[in-house]
Design a protein around this ligand. Structure first.
Ligand SMILES: [Zn+2]
Length: 607
């Protein structure tokens, strides 16, 4: 079996080659001209007080209790005038708001403050991270996963800017553009002017400029929307809110939706950016921020789930010999139970992707390390993807977890092998024997309490031992000749570590760097050539978002498919940086043939 895996390696890992820079999907369309809001209008905390009617009979009943995917809207009669199109997309927007009322997706915002660098352009000077659940049934409300002290760090960030504007990087501030206007998206409050047709990805859109009517109140959407031309759903919003109250400020946002379920396009990515480095600009507030939304299909606090899911699959013991467990078997089963409990709990909290495509690649790399080091464990090593951006790995029992952000920034397979080797070393060295999570009462906490209730950190001695063992593994492995790129990655990480504290703050495992100093595998840091920004073929680390794509509805992770784009200057490298989103839009089902999501390989979420 292992030999077959070897053969598979080459093809699988083609998607993890050192292909260099990932660029946002190329688009046939052009960027919309910047909406003329220039004013840098002072802005406001929340767009509008949303006082929607209490969610009555929340959700049209679904036929399939397991799937719980919302009922499709009736197909709209083909409109013949632009006026009818406007009516249709207003209606569809209200339909979306209603459909999502019962949902509490995960919202993550990662923000980098920027400073000007002569060689590299705008580079990060600091960063901030927010993670929470958003209750879409009420006025936008976020429950924060992060601890109190981390939250107060958010406040500290305001720094010098507070005097210029009362800018608050309020977590929910970045979720405003989930909708254009939650309560008053209608003709009484807005003018809609048709601009043109345009393709976004594979989807033909009608583009409208949206301006608030005079006297329609503060914090109204001002910008442009893209409406797809079949169901007339809004698929993208770009602009800001206007007018803002005195002394406050609205961010500019570019908000994208994906057609993840039939009939609806759900808010998925929001990019925000402010800043102007041109000469003479006084207020140099500058940042870039990515907001990602996922976990739409998570059960709301587990409550909705109680009665619909009491369905015990016909469980029969299919083990060949129905013998009693020996003490050793019992011990292993106990360990397995602890591991499964944690994996299941993290998945249900919207923090772990279900088993999928990315795991096949990770597992192949782990397998390469195991085979070449003659590692034979009583239970197989599994891998899973943590859905969040901060760079972290940890392992629980024999399951290695690596964050989406870390997979994104790793330049090649050898550096992926290096971070996995560290966790494999913990497993081999028997550092993961804590089985306290085999008791189910320890799993009974709110999703928001995950980071307070679970933790897989090791003591420094174990960290050092794991690093040492990992380097041994790597030197026996197919990656032995490629450790220069691991060294280069660690140098790039070191170069940015002092500015990227939030990206390097882990929530469940040990950090890669502490106090601005890389600690993980630091013995390899001296390996390889010196970091040289001017060398265009030296790619030490990638920007965020270039490798792993998350399906915001069901949290499945897959590898991004992008064609390599030539790097023409040091500015194109953007290691660890935030970039705009440009997802390639397509309609639900368009990729069905390509996505191998059959019930067969899809069933295991950790029990
Ligand atoms: Zn470790």
């Amino acid at each position: 079996m292992r030999t077959t895996n070897w053969i598979v390696t080459a093809t699988l890992l083609a998607s993890f080659s050192a292909a260099a820079q990932q660029a946002a999907d190329s688009q046939p369309s052009t960027q919309p001209p910047a909406v003329d809001v220039t004013q840098s209008a002072p802005a406001t905390p929340a767009p509008t007080p949303a006082t929607s009617a209490p969610a009555q009979s929340a959700q049209p009943a679904t036929t399939d209790a397991q799937q719980a995917s919302p009922a499709q809207p009736a197909p709209a009669p083909a409109p013949t005038t632009m006026d009818q199109v406007v009516n249709l997309f207003i209606e569809r927007e209200h339909g979306l708001i209603k459909m999502l009322q019962t949902r509490t997706p995960v919202v993550e915002t990662y923000l980098q403050n920027l400073t000007a660098d002569a060689q590299l352009g705008a580079v990060p000077s600091g960063d901030h991270y927010f993670l929470g659940r958003m209750d879409m049934g009420e006025d936008i409300d976020r429950k924060d996963y992060l601890k109190e002290e981390e939250k107060s760090m958010q406040a500290r960030l305001l720094g010098g800017f507070q005097k210029l504007y009362k800018v608050q990087y309020q977590p929910l501030g970045f979720s405003w553009m989930v909708y254009a206007d939650r309560t008053d998206f209608d003709r009484e409050h807005y003018n809609f002017r048709y601009a043109r047709r345009e393709f976004l990805g594979d989807v033909r859109c009608l583009v409208f400029d949206v301006t608030p009517k005079k006297g329609s109140g503060r914090g109204r959407f001002l910008g442009r929307i893209w409406v797809e031309d079949q169901g007339f759903n809004i698929v993208r919003l770009n602009g800001t809110y206007y007018p803002a109250p005195r002394n406050s400020y609205f961010f500019h946002m570019d908000s994208w939706r994906l057609n993840l379920i039939p009939g609806y396009w759900v808010p998925s990515f929001i990019y925000s950016e402010e800043g102007d480095f041109s000469a003479g600009v006084k207020n140099k507030m500058a940042f870039k921020a990515q907001t990602r939304i996922w976990g739409y299909d998570l059960k709301k606090g587990g409550k909705d789930d109680e009665l619909t899911q009491i369905r015990v699959d016909s469980v029969t013991d299919e083990s060949a010999t129905a013998q009693d467990a020996s003490p050793l078997q019992a011990e292993r089963a106990w360990q397995q139970q602890a591991e499964d409990n944690v994996v299941e709990r993290l998945t249900n909290a919207g923090l772990l992707a279900p088993e999928g495509d990315v795991d096949r690649i990770l597992q192949t790399v782990v397998n390469n390390l195991e085979v070449t080091n003659n590692i034979d464990l009583p239970r197989p090593v599994r891998t899973r993807v943590l859905l969040t951006a901060p760079l972290e790995t940890f392992s629980v029992g024999n399951t290695i977890v690596i964050s989406r952000g870390l997979v994104d920034v790793l330049p090649d397979e050898a550096s992926l092998a290096a971070v996995l080797a560290h966790e494999l070393a913990h497993i081999v060295l028997g550092h993961n024997l804590g089985s306290k999570y085999a008791f189910n009462d320890r799993m009974l906490f709110s999703d928001e309490g995950t980071y307070q209730n679970l933790g897989f950190r090791h003591i420094p001695e174990e960290e050092q031992a794991a690093d040492k063992k990992a380097i041994e593994f790597l030197k026996n492995s197919p990656y032995a000749q490629k450790l220069d790129s691991v060294g280069l990655f660690l140098k790039a990480l070191q170069a940015r570590a002092p500015q990227l504290n939030a990206l390097l703050t882990t929530h469940l495992g040990n950090p890669l760097a502490e106090g601005g100093r890389v600690t993980r595998l630091s013995a390899l840091e001296s390996q390889g050539p010196a970091l040289d920004n001017a060398k265009l073929d030296q790619i030490a680390a990638l920007p965020l978002g270039g490798r792993v794509k998350i399906n915001p509805w069901d949290d499945k992770a897959e590898m991004v498919k992008t064609a390599p784009v030539a790097i023409t200057s040091a500015r194109d490298k953007m290691p660890f940086e935030v970039t705009p989103f440009f997802p390639r839009l397509n309609r639900y089902g368009a990729n069905a043939a390509a996505a191998p999501t059959t019930a067969a390989n899809n069933s295991n979420t950790g029990n």
